[in-house]
Design a protein around this ligand. Structure first.
Ligand code: DC
Length: 214
């Protein structure tokens, strides 16, 4: 089993790169941001006080949270049998997700699910703390970055209302498993690279480490 960890700030290109990389390698693709977004959606749906870690933890206590890998070899999350995918990029979720994902009970829950999901599979897993906290022992760690201007433009081009710098600030300053570059991660600046360019740069490094496309 191999875990390829792809971490980095918002709009650094993680999702497109990770999905494509997983396809090239024949690995499963796990998007951990989706899990934090789904939890945020559920907390907002219940209308609990998002500034109270205890209320957030209590809201999740009774929820039936099911994470799995679909026929498309990508991760999914269902909460109380609902698949909230269509709502995960809503501005309300964008606005609250950093606050909710800073709650230690939420991080413990999702990190445990991510480890279970990986199990003995080969996975490409993207997030903020995959290489630094969820799978610190994996030798395959990448940190994608891009200039703030380019990241802002990417989100605007997607038509999304997303205060990415505010999220990055909260994500990197929280106490529990903050966004940071793991000491042994390879940093890839995606600012001036195409999607394929980033994927090829990562594949080049992986080949040197003994992982080859199928
Ligand atoms: O990757 P994304 O933008 O969809 O992630 C949404 C939020 O989820 C991000 O702002 C912080 C949180 N997150 C996290 O705390 N840890 C992860 N491994 C992945 C996401």
């Amino acid at each position: 089993m191999s875990v390829i960890a792809i971490d980095g700030p918002a709009a650094s290109g993680k999702s497109s790169v990770s999905r494509r990389l997983a396809k090239r390698l024949g690995f499963v693709y796990v998007n951990s941001g989706t899990m934090y977004r789904a939890i945020t959606w559920e907390v907002l749906r219940q209308g609990v006080d998002t500034t109270s870690p205890a209320a957030v933890a209590a809201a999740l206590d009774g929820a039936d949270i099911h994470c799995g890998i679909g026929d498309n070899s990508e991760s999914f999350i269902h909460i109380n049998s609902a698949a909230p995918d269509a709502a995960l990029r809503d501005s309300r979720v964008n606005l609250h997700v950093s606050l909710i994902s800073a709650v230690p009970a939420v991080r413990e829950l999702i990190s445990a699910r991510l480890r279970l999901l990986a199990g003995d599979r080969n996975v490409v897993m993207e997030g903020r703390d995959i290489g630094s906290a969820v799978f610190p022992e994996t030798p395959f760690k990448f940190y994608l970055d891009a200039s703030p201007e380019i990241r802002r433009k990417r989100r605007a081009d997607e038509g999304q209302s997303d205060a990415i710098e505010a999220r990055d600030k909260m994500d990197s300053s929280r106490k529990a498993a903050p966004l940071k570059i793991a000491g042994d991660a390879r940093v890839v600046d995606t600012s001036h690279l195409t999607l394929e360019g980033v994927v090829e740069a990562i594949l080049d490094i992986l080949r040197q480490l003994g992982i080859t496309p199928r």
